[in-house]
Design a protein around this ligand. Structure first.
Ligand code: NAD
Length: 639
């Protein structure tokens, strides 16, 4: 399950927010993925429009995911939040200024960060469940993600009213105020999306749109203009008090819940934007002045605590509603002195093609994307990986890449994929194969890559799927020093250790030797457990002794084959593979093939190969973890 699904569908670049259980709250990675996709499609003639939607009925997107901001902010680290906002706002501006149509479908809640994604495009579609709001003042922020731009352009003083009270707009209001364009019953949305993708033409969207429901705010406009026209927050509060009517009283109650400093500054931002022609970049820049200071000098941390962490809903704001000193507002809204908002395209450190997104490849690619690299993935099977853009072919993933990573089942497949990608790669790029394959295939692919002006590396890994997910793999690397140095930053992200073992093929040689040891020690560990059982020795006692005595090994200590003993391992999950027995058999065969070719004597390696062959081909080992040798031995007698 990935948080965001980005793909091309017909003529549409499609972005689907996919965290319905979290009301599609926008994470930092989702912001970066949206930005990457928009840049990619901007100059792609095959993409005629961008279509943004979200899974689930409750929300398009209920806001930004602020858990990490809160965690880092309470620890005194304000840089994470500032970076999040800078990168998110750059994406918001890109949506607003996009040269192609951006169509968004806004069901349920669209709030805060969701407005930044869904309400700046050219064709914003709402339906009967749509509820759009800017509730930031309730958590000690100001309406941001470009929301102040929309509020500043709203008719009369509706922008002030909506920004200060966080009132929710239904479909009619959202269109009246300028947060949406078109009303369409939600039952028709899927059909319209299909038609848009197929045609790449937005004109028929207008013909499908229906008359929107009433906009209650339109009827209240005169009253709102009178009450919310004050220059300062204090003026608005006084007007509401003086009026005393039901509407004014209800609005005042809403204001009492929100952070006074936020509301005072929100009002000021909207007014400043209206001084000239409101403009998205200016809006984001003013918002960033406030948000970048909101953790240290504003009420943001307290707002999150009260609303989301402790949920006591009684925040202790820094100011009273009646008295926000002008000097405090000025301090929040003066120009930023540290890192500024920058709307230019941020070049990611590297462009990486990643081919083979299986058990190992998917988490490795995800880690590279999380680290800020632009990752374009391809797998024969349909696979979606967080933060990774899906290419339609291996050669597409490889085109223009600085590094192409392959993580494939075997040498034959590697050779076939290499034959396809090498001609597509740019000169001087690195071809980094992390699969476990025979030394011969590794060297043949390296020779072809070198002949094409590329830098090949064979870098098989150890550490399994756990290490791939945690970014703690060990890489055994063969290839030139120059190639190794170029790939080093990627090894640092995907792993905890890389060893440069020499020329091309040496990485595979190291891996094959390592896994021959692993196969042999796993068998020995399983044999010993089965023997201990028969001798009446408790398994826990066996583990406690061996794991701290001379019989210890990775098989025993880190991957114990006995269920319920030692650290979590596939044995605790009914031997569902972390590392499948057939993959171990593959590696052992590679070791014997290499031993044969180099005339090396490997009797235990040979015996282990035969045992895993029997287990996988003649018994029930196929599809089980390689540590399932233990139940095999348990069930057997001597001879
Ligand atoms: P996997 O079968 O889960 O993944 C391989 C992926 O390659 C699949 O998703 C498959 O669809 C894709 N693929 C196959 N042919 C393709 C092609 N022509 N073009 C594009 N994609 C193609 O296997 P895995 O467990 O991820 O292992 C990958 C490699 O890593 C293997 O060489 C394995 O020996 C090695 N390895 C695995 C582990 C482990 O614990 N699983 C540990 C270390 C090394």
């Amino acid at each position: 399950m990935t948080d965001i699904h980005i793909r091309q569908d017909g003529h549409a670049g499609r972005i689907t927010l996919n965290r319905p259980k979290a009301l599609n709250a926008l994470t930092y990675e989702m912001c970066l993925a949206i930005e990457d996709a928009l840049w990619r499609w901007r100059d792609d003639a095959g993409v005629k429009l961008v279509l943004i939607d979200a899974e689930g009925e409750k929300a398009f997107c209920a806001g930004g995911d602020i858990a990490e901001m809160y965690a880092t902010g309470t620890a005194g680290d304000f840089a994470y939040g500032q970076r999040f906002w800078r990168d998110e706002y750059r994406m918001n501006a890109l949506v607003a200024e996009y040269p192609k149509p951006v169509v968004s479908f806004l069901q349920g809640f669209t709030m805060g960060g969701g407005v930044g994604v869904g309400c700046h495009g050219s064709h914003r579609v709402v339906g009967d469940t749509s509820k759009i709001a800017m509730p930031e003042c309730g958590i000690g922020l100001v309406p941001d993600v470009g929301g102040s731009y929309l509020l500043a352009r709203a008719p009369g003083r509706l922008g002030e009213y909506l920004g200060l009270t966080a009132e929710r707009m239904g479909a009619g209001d959202a269109i009246h105020v300028g947060f949406a364009d078109l009303y369409l019953p939600e039952a028709e949305w899927e059909g319209v999306k299909t038609a848009l993708s197929a045609s790449g033409d937005v004109t028929h969207l207008k013909t499908r749109a229906q008359t929107p429901p009433d906009a209650p705010l339109a009827a209240q406009q005169a009253q709102i203009d009178a009450l919310f026209g004050g220059a300062q927050l204090g003026d608005v509060v006084n007007a509401l008090r003086a009026d005393g009517g039901e509407f004014a009283q209800s609005a005042l109650d809403k204001l009492r819940r929100n952070a006074p400093l936020s509301m005072a500054c929100a009002l000021e931002i909207i007014h400043r934007l209206r001084e000239g022609t409101p403009n998205i970049r200016k809006a984001l820049e003013l918002e960033y002045r406030f948000t970048s200071r909101s953790m240290e000098h504003g009420d943001f941390i307290e707002g999150i605590r009260a609303a989301i962490i402790d949920k006591d809903r009684s925040p202790k704001w820094r100011h009273d509603l009646e008295s926000v000193p002008a000097v405090d507002m000025a301090a929040m809204l003066r120009p930023v002195t540290g890192e500024k908002l920058d709307f230019e395209r941020q070049e990611r450190a590297m462009k990486i093609g990643f081919i083979g997104l299986g058990n190992m490849g998917a988490p490795m690619a995800k880690n590279l994307a999380r680290a800020g690299h632009e990752v374009i993935g391809y797998d024969m099977a349909t696979v979606a990986v967080d933060g990774v853009w899906s290419a339609r072919s291996a050669s597409e993933a490889a085109t223009d890449a600085d590094i192409v990573v392959t993580m494939l089942p075997n040498g034959d497949i590697l050779r076939a994929v290499a034959a396809e990608v090498i001609p597509a790669m740019k000169s001087g790029a690195v071809l980094l194969d992390c699969s476990t394959v025979d030394v011969e295939s590794a060297r043949a692919v390296a020779a072809d890559a070198e002949a094409a002006g590329l830098l090949p590396l064979d870098a098989p890994v150890s550490g399994g799927i756990g290490g791939a997910a945690a970014g703690t793999l060990t890489f055994m690397v063969g290839g030139s020093e120059a190639a190794y140095k170029t790939a080093l930053p990627l090894f640092d992200i995907m792993g905890q250790k890389a060893v440069h073992c020499g020329a091309s093929g040496n990485g595979q040689a190291a891996k094959i030797c390592n896994n021959m040891i692993l196969g042999v020690t796993m068998i020995a560990t399983c044999e010993a457990f089965a023997l201990a059982d028969k001798l009446g020795l408790d398994r826990q006692a066996m583990f406690d002794v061996v794991s701290t005595s001379s019989g210890y090994s990775w098989s025993m200590n880190a991957y114990c084959p006995a269920p319920g003993i030692g650290p979590q391992s596939p044995a605790d999950n009914d031997y569902t593979p972390g590392f499948a027995a057939e993959l171990m058999l593959k590696d052992l065969r590679l070791s014997q093939q290499a031993a044969e070719a180099s005339d090396a004597d490997t009797p235990l390696g040979q015996a282990a190969t035969e045992l895993y062959r029997t287990f996988v081909e003649d018994e029930d080992g196929k599809g089980r973890d390689f540590s399932a040798m233990l139940p095999r031995f348990e069930a057997r007698k001597r001879g």
